[in-house]
Design a protein around this ligand. Sequence first.
Ligand code: TRP
Length: 332
Amino acid sequence: MNKRILTGDRPTGKLHIGHYFGSLKNRVKLQNEYETYIEIADVQALTDNFNNPEKVRNNVREVVLDYLSVGIDPKKSTIFLQSMIPEIAELTVFYSNLVTIARLQRNPTVKTEIAQKKELFGESVTYGFLGYPVSQAADITAFNAELIPVGEDQLPLIEQCREIVRKFNSIYGETLLEPEAVLSNNKRIKGLDGNEKMGKSLGNALYLSDSDEEITKKVMSAVTDPNRIKKDDLGNPNICMVAYYHALFNKENHKTVCEECKAGKRGCVACKRELIEKIKEELTPIREKRKYYEDRPELVDEIFVTGTEKARKVAKETMKKVKKAMKLDYFE
Ligand code: TRP
């Protein structure tokens, strides 16, 4: 039996090429080596979007379409919806006794996020948001996941999950599996504007579902070396986002691109045109696959329902063990 991995995404927006190079490509590979579970974390998305359920609802389907379009194969990966697994919510309640408020407040990821969400939370954060690491521990343990491929920002959440597991097992007896984080998708892709992070709110993202026109427009306005005005000015590819993206989409030519730029032998417009073609080459099959599934909504529903049913079976088994350990196994 292969080891089981679990990953998840909050459905708050379409996925962009930061997700693609940072985690999706890796998941497509991992699904051949591990038993893979992928959660669409709609309940978690609501912790900071409780006032915008429409947004979460609409993005659930967008994210599934993005998964399928990049090659996540529903025969290999179990894609499921968090809100349809009530056992996760139930476990969250039980685990909440095993975590202190001070410990949650010290969680670096939560701390940073609260600071960023002042507008939503004002002076006092909600119980639900502060507690989302507990709910994420339930996501992971409900499925006995052994390995959690995550980016660096998620490490404190996995650490907190491990603590909950240890505490649970020490009080109620060996029941839960302690998961391990694998830092396999820690590559953060910069935005087209040079920002360290790519994101919807930053307006600098290239989406997997962008049209040729959108790709062209975005690349044409990408940040390049500001000192380079004429084609024969000597360029510095290290501060050019176009060169940076050539490294992702045009690996085989990246060295030449940089050399020609430094020698003033490559114009920025031609350089951008070449990049646009390379991006189209990579994204066209993805968009075609997306279209295939967009045209077959019943097929997407079926993938989702089948995945969720399979996941729920596993969560029910865990629940049984947990209730037994906690002496909540009445009338059995
Ligand atoms: N918190 C994760 C994120 O924002 C999403 C997530 C929810 C997750 N449940 C998970 C990740 C379980 C790994 C395992 O990206």
